[in-house]
Design a protein around this ligand. Sequence first.
Ligand code: IPM
Ligand code: MG
Length: 361
Amino acid sequence: MEYNIALIPGDGIGPEIVAEAVKVLDAVAEKYGHTFNYKKFLMGGCSIDVYGESLTDETLEEIKTYDSVLLGAVGGNVGHSNWYEIEPSKRPEAGLLKIRKGLGLFTNMRPALLYDELSGACPIKSELTEGGFDFVIMRELTGGLYFGDRYTKTIDGLRTAVDTLSYNEEEIRRIAKWAFEIARKRGKKVTSVDKANVLDSSRLWREVVHEVHADYQDVELEDMLVDNCAMQIVRDPKQFDVILTENMFGDILSDEASMVTGSIGMLSSASLGATKLGLYEPSHGSAPDIAGKNIANPLATIASAALMLKYSFDMEEESKAIEDAISQVLKDGYRTVDIYTEGTKKTSTTEMGDLVVERLK
Ligand code: IPM
Ligand code: MG
């Protein structure tokens, strides 16, 4: 098979980790007889430096013609305060929102997985995580507060700021379907998270999720209030399989979930929509403080490339091969500094990529 992949290395450690994921994709192509063509695009601070904005319309239009997108990370203002002194709609993070909306990526999937080999890094008491945990957050990505009307103005002499949280039933239905589909292939349980005791948008959310559930009776559905969910993630993470939630709640809960695994440098993510074109990126940020030092952990980006093979290219076997290679490298004791513990082997960014490639062959 032949596919065209848009690469967005971005800022900070982005270029280093994307380069390692490309190494791994090339190894997969060679082993399984595929062809992956790449082109690099500017987004984030690096694009502001050249074009004065995070993502130009031209870049977005060209990316739309690709089969998938692999993203490193954008933003991080260390030494680049000019990226943040421009109007908000042009700043690094705005590019991220623009590409999500522009490509129609309404589903964001973030796995929270406790790797056996790294269980020591998990900040939760070991008796609560015995046997590991493995859940995924399905976050709505193109609606809610992020994309509602907003303005700041003086009303009755008081500076007033307004952000709007709105969802229509179709926006809820399409992500709910994704959540049930994914749950069907995993632990067959969906926890739908809302704030239905206060918000109208959450009451509609709950109603529509239950309607969609009628077509997925083999999957268990439970509702959970978002404040309770935040607590349950640290109290008993093993109870979750698929967490389904709206944009803002998902933003917050997914950071919490990545933290409880103890290894945010390990977590991948996939943003998907109605077509096969998806955007794949690590869950962590651009880490400008360690950029250019060849010490960043490339495994989350490599794992994101594995998700790309699975969801955009239907390459289950190839995807699994990457995941197995990552596990093997960890079993063999190799660690980048973020996950290093006494007695393991300290490994650089480029060595880590090479080790995954060796195990793939
Ligand atoms: C994320 C990030 C973004 C978001 C920011 C950078 C706009 O926090 O992907 O979770 O809030 O969605
Ligand atoms: Mg976030």
